[in-house]
Design a protein around this ligand. Structure first.
Ligand code: 2AM
Length: 482
């Protein structure tokens, strides 16, 4: 009997995804470069289950029902290309190669083209939720050759996480690299969500001097309302965690953060698109600054903040922080969605924005009740330009605006960095500004570089130059490039 689906790459993610597929009633063929792992798996976790262990790619391909569906979960980068090279000669027209690794979306664009040119179909799928998610229900973000979707949909939607309403957290993201792109943005948003919680914690701890137990209780309370999310939940549990000596583990952990680069790539993409992604940018830089631990220790001895003691109401500040966290989070998602809109235009993807919120609703690290509200916003208006303009989110920010500003003021006056919260507020104040100081900016560019400017009393698209010094002449930088 043939297998319904094949999986290559039996590291933890691969094993768990294979076990998940089998548990949903699919017969799974498996292969791994180091074939001893196949035997270990078949005789271990896969024992007594409907797996077909194979020891070379030919045997593996031969064991699959056509059109063949092959999920690759190997190390991102060159390994994926090598595997594609090895597989293509063994496949037939219409067979489907699926890359479930953490590939860069531009690689996925290239691979989709290459595989399609050989007559086969290619899917690049974001898989989120870590090892647990892979085993019990990940959030899946497939994109690539559209013709592959009807074939893989029954398998993918069967193994995916489900929303509280029972909908699968897996939908078709779009053409070529759309799936891996959406996964990349997910990771960027994850950076932002995490940093916002850390800033909130820092203000509670250092401005209010709250204990871990007190903070745990606050996060527990927040988790039962509009901030209900996986990351708030684990923050609550981390703050409540003590080791066998009764000491809080969180207090023993060195304050130097690592990163694998997906946040950075999201921000690079935003710079290329010219779309502000300031909150996630600050989150990436906050990790970088944390990593420079020794330099900070040295600087802390020399650079003393001039601060004023917090004199406000403690209870009020805690509530203000809740509002600041929520409002900032709205900004982060508004920025993330604007990046997706811009990229969709550049790469000609037909992204389903509500579907993306649905896919992120459960199974992945940023899962939250909040994403259910984003889904509703895109149901109200699929072409929504900015989340901030949706009535629900517009009112949500508006009612929290005062608390948001007070929380930032308290942090600033106490010398506590809140880069993401304040970047969020600056974006809000910029986005809602009818007039920005770019008139002066344009004057400066015209002064030193004859870059020209448009005028408020003339139609858009007409450019003017002023001879600011009386000896600049009438030549503009536009006339050089004309
Ligand atoms: P291995 O067990 O033979 O190392 C995660 O590293 C997974 O990717 C492992 O299953 C690993 O196989 C696989 N992998 C890494 N590089 C590979 C390559 N070039 N070809 C095939 N599989 C590879």
């Amino acid at each position: 009997e043939f297998a319904d689906v094949g999986l290559i790459g039996l590291a933890v993610m691969g094993e768990n995804l294979a076990l998940n597929m089998e548990s949903r009633g699919f017969r799974v063929a498996v292969f791994n470069r180091t074939t001893a792992r196949v035997d270990d798996f078949i005789q271990g976790r896969a024992k007594g289950k409907r797996f077909i262990g194979t020891h070379d790619l030919k045997e593996f391909v031969g064991s699959l029902q056509k059109p063949r569906k092959i999920v690759m979960l190997v190390k991102a980068g060159a390994a994926v290309d090598q595997l594609i090279d090895q597989l293509l000669p063994l496949l037939e027209r219409g067979d489907i190669l699926i890359d479930g690794g953490n590939s860069l979306f531009t690689d996925t664009i290239r691979r989709t083209k290459r595989v399609e040119e050989s007559g086969m179909l290619f899917v690049g799928s974001g898989v989120s939720g870590g090892e647990e998610g892979a085993l019990h229900g990940p959030s899946l973000m497939p994109g690539g050759s559209a013709a592959a979707w009807p074939h893989i949909k029954p398998i993918f939607q069967a193994i995916a996480a489900r929303t509280p309403d029972g909908e699968p957290c897996c939908d078709w993201m779009g053409e070529n690299g759309a799936g891996h792109f959406v996964k990349m943005v997910h990771n960027g948003i994850e950076y932002g969500d995490i940093q916002l919680i850390c800033e909130t914690y820092d203000v509670m701890k250092r401005v209010l001097g709250m204990s871990n137990a007190e903070m745990r209780d606050v996060f527990a309370e927040w988790n039962s309302a509009e901030l209900d999310s996986y990351l708030i939940e684990i923050t609550r549990d981390i703050l409540g965690f003590v080791d066998k000596n009764g000491e809080a583990t969180v207090d023993k952990i060195l304050d130097a953060a690592g990163q694998k680069g997906t946040g950075k790539w999201t921000v690079i993409e935003s710079l290329d698109e010219g779309t502000p992604l300031t909150l996630i940018g600050e989150a990436v830089f906050a990790r970088a600054l944390s990593a420079a631990k020794e330099e900070r220790v040295n600087a802390s001895k020399q650079l003393k903040p001039v601060v004023s003691e917090f004199k406000g109401e403690r209870k009020q500040l805690i509530d203000d922080l809740r509002q600041a966290l929520y409002a900032s989070k709205i900004i982060s998602y508004a920025q993330g969605y604007q990046l997706m809109r811009a990229a969709a235009k550049t790469y000609q993807w037909n992204l389903n924005y509500g579907g993306i919120a649905l896919v992120w609703r459960a199974g992945c690290i940023i899962r939250s009740a909040f994403l259910g509200d984003i889904k509703k916003a895109f149901q109200r208006d699929p072409q929504l330009v900015n989340l901030l303009l949706d009535p629900f989110f517009r009112d949500a920010v508006s009612t929290r605006q005062a608390g948001w500003r007070r929380a930032i003021v308290a942090a600033v006056q106490s010398g506590i960095p809140v880069p993401c919260m304040s970047a969020a507020l600056s974006y809000f104040d910029g986005y809602r500004a009818e007039r920005l100081p770019a008139n002066l900016l344009q004057a400066q560019r015209d002064f030193f570089g004859a870059h020209t400017y448009e005028r408020i009393d003339q139609p858009r698209g007409q450019f003017f130059h002023t001879d600011w010094t009386g000896h600049g002449g009438a030549t503009t930088s536009r006339s050089y490039s004309a």
